[in-house]
Design a protein around this ligand. Structure first.
Ligand SMILES: *Cc1c(COP(=O)(O)O)cnc(C)c1O
Length: 426
């Protein structure tokens, strides 16, 4: 028996056991324990491949937005495939360097870069600072001049388009903390062009995350191209245009456009407006890794109740923060799908953390008992990178699968590491 999961071509059941590529998830969980994140390299490369096909014949650079998943082995996959990286901290820059990434292909986003981070990024030779405020322009100019350097910059525009996604992950609307209002952009470019510590190289935007419709991208592109025209008409050259990330994935029957189909539409607009040969950049995160990973967790107890039944598992909100943070949906499937005598029970799948917000799935029909294992699907993005040690829980282990080869790429965090930097008084 061989059956696939909808929207998950790299995960399938064989003899009713869930597999990732050529590896059995149950065997990996047995070997490494749970909770365990498992990633498919082929799934990552397939997701990247859709963008690469979309940009065939163009001058384009894909910068993986590594906050989605910053595990070194994941970065290595993208670095080896030619990607640059979109970073938001000096810690992420250090990870790019440790993973063998090309620092010249790094762009530095974020509303709150510190002077120390600016210095570190300049010294490392990063490709571009995506500047997010007028105050940041002043500070970056001063830092670069102190180092007798010129900082390459792009200004992040807030194009004021509604990406129609969760309010916590929409970033390109008036009232968001991100970017510079598009009405102010021309004036800010003109001012930045007078500063000797800066070198203008591009323009960028990023309108939100988990976007499932092409329209907001098309609208944002029109606004960006209008701006590029007026900035260039004022005598300032813009080498690259960066359209950010944000493309959604299928969590629960979501149907975002495929990256190549989306870019066919966007490139048609670029061509029509005469920008088809411009250097393009994008910053995808979730769409490159989200559906490449699962979190395997073990059922500790079944707890039937009067109003609710609970399935208590050994993964929790510290491992999988998305449901608690944004009421996000993750499919949850058993590793062993052999038909059972146990009746299916509708239950909330919850972790051991002492918070009512610690849930992973609500009202799921599951045919499981204590000791069984389930896979939380679509857990490649914004799970491990957001994991915490809340409740003094060490972070989970991670395995990267490539065909029939599985490599432990992050050891389970031992409890001793949790208080290694602490000391008693006296
Ligand atoms: C988070 C982020 C991205 C990536 O967003 P995804 O939705 O994961 O594709 C890209 N650019 C910036 C500036 C970001 O903050």
């Amino acid at each position: 028996m061989h059956s696939t999961l909808p929207g998950q071509p790299f995960f399938h059941y064989q003899h009713a056991q869930l597999q990732v590529e050529g590896c059995d998830l149950g065997a990996l969980a047995q070997q490494h324990g749970t909770p365990l994140f498992v990633y498919s390299k082929a799934a990552m490369l397939a997701a990247l491949g859709a963008y690469q096909r979309g940009f065939a014949g163009r001058h384009a650079q894909i910068c993986y937005a590594m906050k989605a998943n910053s595990t070194l082995a994941v970065l290595q996959v993208f670095a080896q495939a030619g990607c640059g990286f979109d970073i938001v901290s000096a810690g992420e820059l250090a990870r790019v360097q440790a993973a063998g990434g090309d620092v010249a292909k790094v762009i530095f986003s974020g509303v709150g870069k510190t002077r120390a981070e600016m210095r570190q990024a300049l010294a490392a030779g990063i490709g571009c600072f995506n500047v997010e405020s007028e105050a940041e322009i002043e500070v970056l100019n001063a830092v670069a001049l102190e180092m007798q350097m010129r900082a390459p910059i792009s200004i992040r525009v807030n194009p004021n388009v509604d990406p129609k996604t969760h309010p916590y992950i929409s970033t390109g609307l008036k009232g968001n903390k991100f970017g510079i209002a598009h009405e102010r952009t021309l004036a800010v470019y003109q001012y930045a062009a007078t500063l000797p510590g800066l070198k203008i190289v591009g323009i960028d935007c990023h309108i939100g995350s988990q976007i499932t419709d092409a329209t907001p991208y098309l609208d944002a592109m029109d606004r960006m191209l209008d701006l590029v025209q007026s900035i260039e008409a004022s005598g300032i050259a813009i080498e690259h245009i960066d359209f950010g990330g944000g493309l959604g994935i299928n969590y629960q029957g979501d149907a975002p456009p495929q990256a190549d189909a989306l870019w066919a539409q966007l490139l048609a607009k670029l061509d029509a407006r005469g920008f088809g040969q411009r250097k393009l950049m994008i910053e995808p995160g979730r769409s490159l890794v989200g559906n490449a990973g699962v979190c395997v967790t073990e059922v500790l107890f079944m707890k039937p109740g009067e109003q609710k039944n609970f399935c208590i598992v050994d993964a929790a909100m510290n491992d999988l923060p998305r449901p608690a943070m944004y009421q996000a949906y993750h499919a949850i499937v058993p590793l062993d799908a052999t038909p059972k005598a146990t009746p299916a029970l509708v239950c909330d799948v919850v972790g051991p953390v002492c918070e009512s917000g610690d849930w992973i799935g609500r009202d799921r029909s599951l045919q499981v008992e204590a000791g069984d294992q389930v896979a939380v699907m679509s857990a490649g993005a914004y799970c491990m990178s957001m994991a915490s040690n809340y409740n003094s829980r060490g972070r989970a282990a991670e395995v990267l699968v490539d065909g029939s080869r599985a490599t432990l790429v992050r050891a389970r965090e031992p409890v001793s590491a949790l208080f290694a930097g602490e000391s008693l008084v006296g």
